[in-house]
Design a protein around this ligand. Structure first.
Ligand SMILES: *Cc1c(COP(=O)(O)O)cnc(C)c1O
Length: 380
């Protein structure tokens, strides 16, 4: 009997420690962690710079409330918005919360209520974020959804154009749908969204909770598209494992979030923000991002070299999906037994999300373990 609600299907492993890409369970067995807490532990486990900043800041101050000024939040907001169209940030504690803020800001600024979202998308589990999510299984059993989300097929310009009317406040999307199966936006579809938003004055919200902060090889994934978002949400990798979320917006939206319009008790506390500052400073270094890109090319090239042609490799940076076109539950279990942790994205896709600090040696090792789980010969 467990004292916990049964809302997760937990794997029967108790991980007790980690260093870099490697985690160890209570029996002393080691695993290569190609999940990294679902794209969270972006600098690897127990990164010395993060350990240091947690020690340092926790001895100084870890919470005071947003009743007071926060130079730490100012600095992080400045770093995150630098060289972008965004000019302001709001800090919270999770991806769903960041998306709730984005939805509220878009509705308040435009005075309109419809938000267009896409099939297979994932935006979180709270009522707004759940209604925004384009997957029926996430909504089942929870009664009437929050109205005014309009879900249309992803990468289908005609369907999107047909869904636009005068009530639309925003179009909200993931540049690469992570949970939904690692589906990338096509350049044609990005162009269509950019064009609609510009010509109709509709806001573009990118949910970069999974793709943001270096995961796809650039600071933000939208930078690799023609999209010019008005609002962006971040969480997962932002704190490198420390819980923090953020919503960034353009100057035009500033007035819609005046005092008292929105808030959260824990959001942006000095400890979380100092950790995120350290993470972001590491990742936004251009040689770090080039490395991520180089490792991405290496993994994708290797996988394409050894996988059967019926399999499809998708994704950018170190958000990679292998679509095996069949149920992958057994493969994932076998990889785990062999010492490699990977996670599913939809029934047929194995998702690889190693720490961005993963080494080429670890990549080779992981591909070796993966190919034996998939029962295909590997060249390594
Ligand atoms: C994980 C995820 C969320 C939800 O984040 P939580 O921190 O679990 O609330 C939202 N959007 C995307 C794209 C995600 O991958």
């Amino acid at each position: 009997m467990s004292f916990l609600f049964n809302n997760y299907s937990r794997r029967p492993i108790h991980i007790v420690s980690g260093k870099g890409t490697v985690v160890k369970d209570d029996k002393g067995k080691e695993y290569l962690d190609f999940i990294s807490g679902i794209a969270v532990v972006s600098l690897g486990h127990a990164h010395p710079a993060i350990v240091d900043i947690i020690k340092e800041q926790s001895e100084k101050l870890w919470h005071v409330s947003n009743l007071f000024e926060s130079p730490e939040q100012e600095k992080l907001a400045e770093t995150l918005t630098k060289d972008t169209q965004f000019s302001h940030a709001f800090f919270c504690n999770s991806g769903a919360e960041a998306n709730e803020a984005a939805i509220k800001l878009a509705r308040k600024h435009t005075g309109k209520h419809v938000i267009i979202t896409f099939e297979q998308s994932f935006h979180g589990r709270t009522f707004g974020a759940m209604a925004a999510t384009g997957q029926e299984k996430i909504k089942q059993g929870f009664g009437p959804m929050l109205e005014s989300f309009r879900t249309v097929p992803f990468n289908d310009p005609a369907a999107l154009i047909a869904a636009i009317d005068d009530d639309v406040a925003a179009i909200m999307l993931e540049v690469i749908q992570g949970e939904g199966g690692v589906h990338e936006i096509t350049s044609e579809f990005a162009d269509t969204i950019a064009e609609i938003c510009k010509s109709k004055g509709i806001l573009c919200i990118v949910d970069e909770v999974q793709t943001g902060v270096g995961r796809t090889g650039t600071r933000y994934a939208y930078e690799q598209t023609s999209l010019v978002p008005d609002i962006m949400t971040l969480a997962k990798g932002l704190g490198g494992g420390f819980p923090i979320g953020a919503m960034l917006g353009t100057a035009e939206l500033f007035d819609a979030f005046g005092p008292g319009t929105h808030g959260t008790t824990f959001g942006g506390n000095p400890l979380a923000v100092s950790v995120a500052q350290t993470v972001v400073e590491h990742i936004f270094d251009c040689t770090f991002l080039e490395e991520v890109q180089r490792k991405s090319d290496y993994v994708i090239g290797k996988l394409q070299g050894i996988l059967p042609t019926t399999y499809e490799v998708r994704g950018k940076g170190l958000l990679i999906g292998i679509d095996c076109k069949e149920d992958v539950t057994t493969f994932i279990r076998e990889a785990e037994e062999a010492g490699l942790l990977v996670v599913q994205a939809g029934p047929s896709v194995i998702r690889l999300l190693p720490p961005l600090t993963v080494t080429v040696g670890e990549i080779d090792q992981a591909i070796g373990l993966l190919s034996s789980a998939l029962q295909i010969p590997s060249t390594i």
